[in-house]
Design a protein around this ligand. Structure first.
Ligand SMILES: C[S@@+](CC[C@H](N)C(=O)[O-])C[C@H]1O[C@@H](n2cnc3c(N)ncnc32)[C@H](O)[C@@H]1O
Length: 353
């Protein structure tokens, strides 16, 4: 409250407006995640001794912050950006929120920038956005966006307290195929795997995989290869969970310098991304390009980097340009040039290993 009272009237107004919209009012009715005034009263004797109107003001301010704040890589706490707080979530977003990278931040700090400016965020378009179309970002991670609707909706409900009504969530059929379990005849002709107990089983398995890919406890891929084999007896080849298994294997092989296997296991997740989000993810395609270079397949690597460059060029003009530092497009151009140099040096394409 003290900090709020020190702000300019226009900034105070921008923040107060956040607690007047229908979404905020709806969130007051959702007790799934958000704390109630009673929770605060029982947690803090000081709070319950304040008069009713002050309690209401503080509680509303805390809920506004809870519903609208974002994290920033440079800050350990959540921060409130009154304008960015207006951006809704979509499971097929057309923009991302970006923080300047630490090296850029430090360069700026040395050029005399106010520390508070380092906490700025940028809203970056990742595709052409026609005039009048809503700009959306994802409140979920890139990995979570590859999960089917029930899982995504559950994550949004648990983490942010709302039921998602984005265009992708309303488009049910797209996900149904990704969740199809294998039948005796092959892909696509049995149920959707939607029974509650099955979904629970599937999500704990998915969490297990995410943990595996993040914490990297695997010393040998045998366990995962066995999981992949069992899973492919039950799940259709296009099932998102099977693709996740292969992605974890791909990361394992990448770390263990087995590029041919890494590329082989990467492809499923690239297809899934294209299908779920309608576009390629530059980081995973760059990963594929790097593995193809390692494998010695320069023509395919060139194709891959060219796709990455095309995707990156769709993004807003480079944000936070720092003289003397390569921006993402330039880094990919360098990789394209080095692939071409490799081709010239070998007087033709080397054969794939
Ligand atoms: C950061 S605010 C976004 C701006 C908010 N719509 C407004 O007008 O102030 C987050 C809130 O917007 C709503 N919201 C955002 N994305 C949504 C979506 N895809 N489906 C339903 N509600 C959404 C939810 O109420 C959520 O708690």
């Amino acid at each position: 409250m003290k900090q709020f009272n020190q702000m300019s009237p226009s900034r105070q107004d921008a923040i107060l407006q956040l607690s007047k919209g229908p979404d905020f009012l709806a969130s007051l009715r959702s007790e799934t995640r958000h704390f109630t005034k009673e929770t605060l009263q029982s947690a803090s004797p000081e709070f319950s001794q304040l008069n009713e109107s002050l309690q209401d003001q503080i509680w509303s301010m805390m809920r506004t912050f809870d519903c609208n704040s974002f994290s920033h890589s440079r800050s350990k706490s959540q921060l409130l950006y009154p304008t960015l707080a207006r951006v809704n979530h979509s499971c097929r977003p057309n923009a991302v929120l970006g923080d300047p990278k630490p090296a850029e931040q430090d360069a700026k700090l040395h050029s005399g920038l106010e520390p508070v400016d380092l906490l700025k965020k940028a809203l970056i378009a990742i595709e052409e956005i026609p005039e009048g179309e809503e700009i959306t970002v994802s409140y979920l991670s890139e990995e979570d966006l590859l999960e089917p609707r029930p899982q995504r909706r559950q994550r949004l409900m648990d983490g942010f307290g709302f039921e998602c009504f984005c265009s992708r969530c309303l488009d049910e059929d797209a996900d149904r195929v990704l969740r199809t379990f294998r039948s005796a005849e092959g892909e696509g002709s049995t149920g959707t795997g939607g029974e509650p107990c099955e979904e629970m089983h599937v999500s704990s398995f998915a969490d297990f995989l995410t943990k595996l890919s993040k914490e990297e406890p695997l010393s040998s891929p045998d366990e995962l290869v066995a999981i992949a084999e069992t899973a492919s007896e039950t799940l259709a080849p296009s099932h998102w969970l099977l693709r996740k298994v292969h992605y974890v294997l791909s990361c394992f092989y990448e770390k263990n310098h087995r590029p041919a296997l890494a590329v082989e296991h990467l492809q499923g997740i690239l297809d899934l991304e294209l299908r779920a989000l309608g576009r390629i993810s530059p980081s995973k395609w760059e990963q594929k390009g790097d593995q193809l270079v390692m494998k010695g397949d320069l023509p395919q690597a060139f194709e891959c980097y060219a796709q990455v460059l095309k995707a990156l060029k769709l993004r807003s003009p480079e944000v936070y340009p720092i003289p003397g530092r390569d921006m993402p497009c330039e880094e990919i151009r360098k990789k394209l040039r080095s692939v071409l140099d490799g081709v010239t040096a070998a007087k033709g394409y080397p054969s794939a290993a």
